[in-house]
Each structure stands twice: as structure tokens, then as C-alpha cells.
Design a protein around this ligand. Structure first.
Ligand code: GDP
Length: 264
């Protein structure tokens, strides 16, 4: 009986096909569900309760080539396989964010994080601050994953795409401004988090806080202005690309799929 159990156990371990996975994060209303529905070609859109993460299998559009398959011909089974990936939606509501954080810290085959943000909402302080706090925490989780790795080589990098969505809205900021606004607001979040830690450290009379505070400090670029570029020192490339999932003269998310293809 034992060998059979062992066999079953091993089989169960090996069974789940770990397709390359991209985790969708970002504030509620950014367009994650819309993107998921769009990417889920040929299948009926699933209703989901928005309290649980939802994974769907997606295919790269035929005009985007996965980076691993530049020398393969369409129709080659390996080429077709390489175009498959999973998109994992996570609820944007603050209290439910631990789903996303678990995915970041404990990845099976996560190739990238897609932070979907409403490019019109970041034109206003409230929307910008909400997005920046969320983004700060996502980036800090990735940084800790990198700096906390047991080997000096560090774990495989998980890049971040900031998908500046809803560019069809005339109030939407263009991607380069979304970038500047988010960098500025993340700088502010970083400063206020550090101050909060310092204050609580003083209140507790702790002495070892210096180290802990350093671990909580996002980016390696010192105390000045935070730039996404600083994340490269902790193994995380961050790019901002604009698009719109619905609306306007039609859908335009080509640059996002190209980014996904570059990670496949
Ligand atoms: P989620 O909370 O991130 O899952 O966001 P949803 O996918 O539910 O989208 C929030 C709202 O934004 C919905 O009403 C969508 O129809 C709308 N929306 C999503 N993408 C776009 C877009 O590219 N342009 C416009 N104008 N509206 C969009």
C-alpha cells in the first residue's frame, strides 16, 4: 500500500501544470476584471464573487511572439505551447489584498506582476494616493522576496508592468505622466511609512530598529526621490505602458501583450 500512496502523493505533487502566471493587482476599478475577460478568448466570461482570486488561461494574440520562440514557426507545437499563460485576478479591495501578497511572496510560476491602474483616476490626489500605497506595498513585497532570499544570487526576477488603463478617457494622463505621478506619490508613501516606523520605535524604546527600518525602506536609491529604476537593484524591472481595455475607438492593449510575450 505504501508505494501506492507514495506514488499518489508524488503524482498529486507533479500534476498541476504550472503555466507561466501573471498576477493582476491594483486598486479596485482599474480594469482588472475587464482585462481578464478580454484575455479569456473563446471562453464565456466567468462571474466571480470578487472575494476570491480567479485564474483564467489565456493565449497571446497571434501577432505577438513569445520571447522564447523567436526561432520557432507558428504551428510548431512548442510555439503554440509557449503562447499559453495564466492570468490571476486578485480583488482590489484593501482588505482582500493578502491574496495578492501571497501570490507575490509564494510564487509557483509567476513571470510578472501587472499593476492595472485607471490613468484618469491618478490625475486626482485621492486616486493617486490609493494607487501609490498599493503599488508601494507590492514593490516592497518584491524587494523583500529578493533581499530575503537565502542564496546570494537571489530568486528569479519578477518584473512589474504598470498598465495605465483607460487611455480612451480624455481625462486620462499619458503613460509618462502616470509614471512621474506614481513615482512622486510612492516617494511620499515611503517617507510616511518610515516616519511611522520611527515613531513607533521611539515609543517602544527599541534599539535594533535601524536594521528593520532599512528592510522596510523601498528601493536602494537613498533618501531622495523614489524612481522605478531603483527597483532594478533589487531585481525588479518596472515599466509603464498605456492602453485601454474597452472604450474609445476600440481596444488597445497590444503593448501589454507584447510585455507579456517578452516574459514568456
Ligand atoms: P477592477 O475592479 O480592477 O476589476 O475593474 P473592472 O474591470 O471592474 O473595471 C472597472 C470599470 O472600468 C468598469 O466599469 C469597466 O467597464 C471600466 N473600464 C475598464 N477598462 C476600461 C477602459 O479601458 N476604458 C474605459 N473607459 N473604461 C474601462
Amino acid at each position: 500500500v505504501l508505494p501506492i500512496l507514495v506514488h499518489l502523493f508524488l503524482y498529486r505533487q507533479a500534476a498541476p501544470t504550472a503555466l507561466p502566471t501573471f498576477v493582476l493587482v491594483g486598486p479596485s476599478g482599474g480594469g482588472k476584471t475587464a482585462l481578464l475577460t478580454l484575455a479569456e478568448r473563446k471562453t464565456v466570461a466567468q462571474t466571480h464573487t470578487s472575494t476570491a482570486p480567479l485564474a483564467i488561461e489565456a493565449l497571446l494574440p497571434s501577432d505577438v511572439v513569445p520571447a522564447s520562440s523567436h526561432y520557432r514557426a507558428p504551428g510548431d507545437p512548442a510555439y503554440e505551447r509557449a503562447r499559453r499563460f495564466l492570468l490571476l485576478d486578485t480583488p482590489g479591495h484593501g482588505k482582500l489584498r493578502h491574496f495578492a501578497t501571497t501570490q507575490l511572496i509564494n510564487p509557483t510560476n509567476v513571470r510578472g506582476i501587472i499593476f492595472v491602474v485607471d490613468a484618469a483616476s491618478v490625475a486626482e490626489e485621492a486616486g493617486l494616493n490609493e494607487a501609490a500605497e498599493y503599488l508601494h506595498d507590492v514593490l516592497l513585497a518584491l524587494q523583500k522576496r529578493y533581499t530575503g532570499a537565502p542564496t546570494s544570487k537571489g530568486p528569479k526576477a519578477i518584473p512589474v508592468l504598470i498598465a495605465a488603463n483607460k487611455l480612451d478617457l480624455f481625462t486620462a494622463l499619458p503613460p509618462h505622466l502616470v509614471r512621474i505621478q506614481l513615482e512622486r506619490a510612492v516617494s511620499t508613501v515611503r517617507k510616511s511609512r518610515a516616519k511611522g516606523l520611527k515613531d513607533s520605535g521611539v515609543a517602544l524604546g527599541g534599539e535594533d530598529d535601524g536594521l528593520d527600518q532599512e528592510r522596510e525602506w523601498l528601493g536602494e536609491g537613498g533618501e531622495g526621490h523614489f524612481e522605478f529604476q531603483h527597483m532594478e537593484e533589487v531585481g525588479t524591472g518596472v515599466v509603464v505602458k498605456g492602453g485601454n481595455v474597452i472604450g474609445g475607438d476600440g481596444t488597445d492593449v497590444k503593448s501589454w501583450f507584447e510585455w507579456i510575450g517578452a516574459q514568456l
